[in-house]
Design a protein around this ligand. Sequence first.
Ligand code: PAF
Length: 293
Amino acid sequence: MRIVRTIPELRALIRTLREGGQRVGFVPTMGFLHEGHAALIRHSTSRCDATVVSIFVNPTQFGPGEDLAQYPRDLERDQNLCLQLGVKVLFLPEVSEVYPTGYTTFVDPGPMAERLCGAFRPGHFRGAATVVAKLFNMVQPDLAFFGQKDFQQSVIIRRMVRDLNLAVDVVVAPTVREADGLALSSRNTYLAPEARTRALALSRGLFAAEAAFKDGERRAELLLQTARAQLGEVDELQYLELVDTQTLDPLAGELTRTGALCVAARVGRTRLIDNVILSPTDEGVSFLHLDPL
Ligand code: PAF
């Protein structure tokens, strides 16, 4: 595994890989890797000849008062994991490498960035879309892998790729969960044991709605109510919404097309998100479903 810190080094390495006819897969991360990242890396190594992983805690996607300074880091452990998983290139740029002095250009993802998490984290998706566009230009991957847990991010990135004609296929892989249902997240490390137990309300709510859906319930309001009934233990329910998987517009009435049931809540001081896909037809979610490894 090669560790590179500068864009010219990265480009030279990727050029060599490409000249050797290698198909390049890319997993962008902010580090503190967990089994969810490992799954993305395995998806990449099983489909591509060379996998590039970036670790970059992107300052432009954190708002004032958010956890940029405290964001968990463990570079040594991350490096070992990448090595074990067969990553070919680990890209570890400094902030000044990605945003040199005088940096002013941003990607504006439009109205989708204002909805759901965007309403609570102004500017977050502008920062995330910008850094992903930049990383795509640096790495120029054939395939890039994102986790379904950040569902809104994955929809915004897919739209950006389409709208800006970026030459990369975005693959969204299913959320990896703990045995008790908690969606894996680097931020789970913030949860004290008591909060960790209460955090299970998110997956419990989503699974209850999913079970009702599987039993034939199609009324959006009833599905939302079923999930909401489990969410009493969180400290602040920021949103619980059933939305269209392409546009993120709220779905009401009878569910006739695929929806994403998305939740965000604070438990203690930790903000958590989760979602499940509810598909009456199994259409429109093919991008989420990869063959098992
Ligand atoms: O999902 C994340 O970890 C980040 O938003 C990403 C895609 C690495 C961009 O900083």
